[in-house]
Unconditional design. Structure first.
Length: 240
């Protein structure tokens, strides 16, 4: 059951979903929101919900998932990001598992924190993500930058990503500025299926939003005519 822990009568607020298999650790996450909110900050409202609910609830734009107690659930994270490619996801997991951290961030998560992170550090990570940046250990960000640079360097000679016939249909409608609902209606498929197609298209092209995706595909078509393949737009990372 989804539970909102606080109610604010007036003013803007940001709801942040919390998921953990441990009641004790969940209580620790909730305590992050106990500190007074500075006057220049938007109030943050914790919402407890199950992972299953998050796949269908489109109202939450921010989510904190604790992987420490439940082990390596990378497949769950990847499924979430495929279903909700626009969600701003913060993951708490083992710091010694750099490969897990790198895969989580590479897949689209906005933050990766250790299980023993202090309340102030988690709150800082939330503020960083709200500001549109990435929060992760410097070693993970360094490896991520190396990976992005290799992708950018090699893309000049790589062949264009292979798209399925359905993906080509979806991208055509995206380039016409159609919404997911309009695309679903036009193609006779579910909105969730369209969302999954858009997520795969972004991963295949190295873009991080619909505008960049449409621009990339237009540039690709112009480049195909000249025999040059365009470089994908890399996500901006924050090293603070």
């Amino acid at each position: 059951m989804r539970v909102g822990l606080r109610e604010i009568d007036i003013g803007p607020q940001i709801q942040i979903g919390l998921v953990s298999s441990s009641p004790m650790r969940l209580a620790g996450l909730v305590s992050i929101f106990d500190k007074p909110v500075p006057s220049d900050k938007v109030p943050l409202i914790p919402v407890i919900c199950s992972m299953r609910e998050l796949f269908t609830d489109l109202s939450l734009d921010y989510l904190i998932v604790d992987l420490h107690e439940s082990g390596n659930n990378l497949h769950v994270i990847l499924a979430m990001l495929r279903a909700r490619p626009g969600i701003r996801l913060l993951v708490i997991g083992p710091l010694e598992n750099h490969d897990l951290a790198l895969e989580v961030i590479s897949a689209g998560a906005r933050a990766y924190l250790g299980p023993n992170s202090e309340i102030d550090e988690v709150r800082h990570a939330i503020d960083v993500v709200i500001g549109g940046h990435i929060h992760a250990p410097r070693s993970v960000l360094s490896k991520l930058i190396d990976r992005l640079l290799k992708v950018s360097d090699s893309s000049l000679t790589n062949t264009a990503p292979e798209l399925t016939s359905r993906e080509n249909e979806v991208i055509e409608l995206i380039m016409l500025a159609k919404s997911n609902r309009e695309i679903a209606r036009s193609l006779g498929i579910r909105i969730q299926t369209v969302t999954a197609h858009v997520g795969r298209l972004m991963r295949k092209t190295g873009t991080d939003n619909r505008i960049n995706l449409a621009s990339f595909m237009r540039e690709r078509r112009r480049s195909d005519e000249r025999g040059i393949f365009p470089v994908p737009h890399a996500r901006t990372t924050d090293t603070k």
